[in-house]
Design a protein around this ligand. Structure first.
Ligand code: RP5
Length: 155
């Protein structure tokens, strides 16, 4: 299964490219697309509705401001959706965060930190690892790498 990385604007790509780097490092296939819940709602509908048939297992959605991209995606599919709130100029990303994290009961969106595209991708790999045990070794190695850095640090 692959991961779909969607974002509301090309201006989100710099942040969202961190998700690409993580998925590449774990050898996870992905697709990426700029699709907007408000600027291109028809495209959004078709893209999300077709995701499962394209082999998508997890959707990562990055957007900023009135960031309904992830919520709309979650409303259109039962694939897991992970939201990445973008930092914004006017409200620092709190707007993005709150509009993503405060989903009504029944349509879940797993929201990571503001700008947390890397964690979104790691979480996506963890979800895919449930049905693809070969990914577990990579995840364990990544955790060990982080622990080793601390074990080997002297101040
Ligand atoms: C949202 O509006 C996008 O996700 C982006 O974070 C924000 C600003 O978009 P642009 O005006 O840069 O296209 O839809």
């Amino acid at each position: 299964m692959k991961v779909s990385i969607i974002m509301g604007s090309v201006s989100d790509y710099e942040v969202m490219s961190a998700a690409e780097r993580i998925l590449s490092a774990f050898g996870v296939d992905y697709e990426k697309k700029v699709v907007s819940a408000h600027r291109t709602p028809d495209l959004m509908y078709d893209y999300i509705k077709g995701a499962r048939d394209r082999g998508v297992g997890v959707i990562i959605a990055g957007a900023g401001g009135a960031a309904h991209l992830a919520g709309v995606a979650a409303g259109l599919t039962t694939l897991p959706v992970i939201a990445v709130p973008m930092q914004t100029k006017s409200l620092g990303g709190l707007d993005s965060l709150l509009s993503m994290v405060q989903m009504p009961t029944g349509i879940p969106v797993a929201t990571v930190a503001i700008g947390g595209a890397a964690n979104a991708a790691i979480l996506a790999v963890e979800i895919l690892a449930l049905s693809d045990p070969s990914l577990k070794d990579g995840l364990d190695a990544y955790r060990k790498e982080q622990a080793d850095k601390i074990h080997n640090t002297t101040i």
